[in-house]
Design a protein around this ligand. Structure first.
Ligand code: PLP
Length: 363
């Protein structure tokens, strides 16, 4: 006998979110071979849908088989040559992680730090080095709930390639790969795309492809080979067995987003974030991320003094079925992270959480 979860949770942590019903249903479709023409047609359409959601004409746009971290690693190993100067903005866990990944590629990492909860200053990022090979930023810092400005860095990047983590931003707030001059970006399925974890959508400009590392240190994440398999058309050659069911699910999840309308999906995330942030303030919580750069899809709040934060989150989970995330790094135990992403981003979930909190905290 195996024990499997049977109760639904309202997933209001930093991810995964509750997937769209269409994405869940697609997981149960009959298995297809990974070279079956029907599967390849779905894969091609998935790449086309990703181009729409990323707002790009990049031919090399595909789902990497692996979670968001595989997307991060694929982005760096394919464009960072040993000795390259890579400027990285760090104001949370994921910028920090980029530094680790870039240094493993042999990069000379130039960090630009901002305090947790504050956004990075685009001018500071651009002034960090006169001629970096790559500038890397996290658009939506999941560890702090802060949105970093990308467009201004894209406008001033000069000859550098701009690499952006869109894991928590894609399909939740505006992302404009071509309009903002982003050369390589990656995301993850389990956040605002509203699909289970397991794939990392990635897109790469022709400019970045021209500077690609010929033989990246990772065989599995070599975009030269994956690109031929995934978006290969005539020249499609086998690279690995695609996670068929996950691709079918991503295809369906993207369908749900595009049926709703990308801008309508952003507006829904915005409305939920605003309602949640206003409601939390009304209950006496103080918001953590700086006003003006707060993400609607990931709200960070200081835990009020005098409450056992782990116990309250456990009560929310066990008694109300609501998951809320704890803090990371320097704000562990001090901050909560509340997600409203994908299918979870519904005002009824906001109302449910605020009501539950009111009961639990007795306010
Ligand atoms: N980048 C950001 C901004 C994230 O929030 C996460 C995960 O939460 C990752 C990268 C890594 O993604 P994954 O956990 O899917 O590997």
């Amino acid at each position: 006998m195996h024990v499997v979860p049977t109760t639904d949770r309202v997933l209001m942590g930093p991810g995964p979110c509750n997937p769209y019903p269409e994405a869940v249903a697609a997981l149960g479709r009959p298995m297809l071979g990974h070279l079956d023409p029907e599967f390849l047609a779905v894969l091609d359409e998935t790449c086309a849908r990703l181009r729409t959601v990323f707002r790009t004409g990049n031919e090399l746009t595909l789902p990497i088989s692996g979670t968001g971290s595989a997307g991060m690693e694929a982005a760096f190993v394919n464009v960072v040559h040993p000795g390259d100067v890579v400027v990285i903005g760090v104001n949370g866990v994921f910028g920090e992680r980029m530094c680790d990944v870039a240094s493993r590629c042999g990069a000379e990492v130039v960090r630009v730090d901002a305090p947790w909860g504050e956004p990075l200053e685009p001018e500071a990022v651009l002034a960090a080095h006169p001629s970096p090979a790559v500038i890397a930023l996290v658009h939506a810092e999941t560890s702090t709930g802060v949105r970093n400005e990308i467009a201004a860095v894209g406008a001033g990047k000069g000859d550098a390639l701009l690499l952006v983590d869109c894991v928590t931003s894609l399909a939740g707030i505006e992302v404009d790969i071509d309009g903002w001059g982003i050369d390589i970006a990656y995301a993850a399925t389990q956040k605002c795309l509203g699909v289970a974890p397991g794939l990392a959508p990635l897109t790469m400009s022709d400019r970045a492809r021209e500077r690609r590392v010929e033989r990246p240190q990772s065989w599995y994440l070599d975009l030269g080979m994956i690109g031929k398999y995934t978006t290969g058309g005539q020249a499609r050659t086998y690279h690995h067995t695609a996670p068929i069911s996950m691709v079918l699910s991503l295809h369906a999840g993207l369908g749900a987003v595009l049926d709703e309308g990308l801008e309508e999906a952003w507006a829904r995330h915005q409305a939920c974030g605003e309602a949640l942030q206003a409601g939390l303030e009304k209950l006496g919580f103080r918001l953590f991320a700086r006003e003006g750069n707060r993400l609607p899809q990931l709200t960070s709040v200081w835990v009020p003094d005098g409450i056992d934060e782990a116990a309250v989150r456990r009560t929310l989970l066990v008694d109300y079925g609501i998951e809320v995330g704890g803090g990371l790094g320097p704000v562990a135990g001090k901050v909560w992270r509340v997600g409203c992403m994908g299918h979870t981003a519904r005002t009824r979930n906001v109302t449910l959480l605020l009501g539950a909190l009111e009961e639990v905290l007795g306010r």
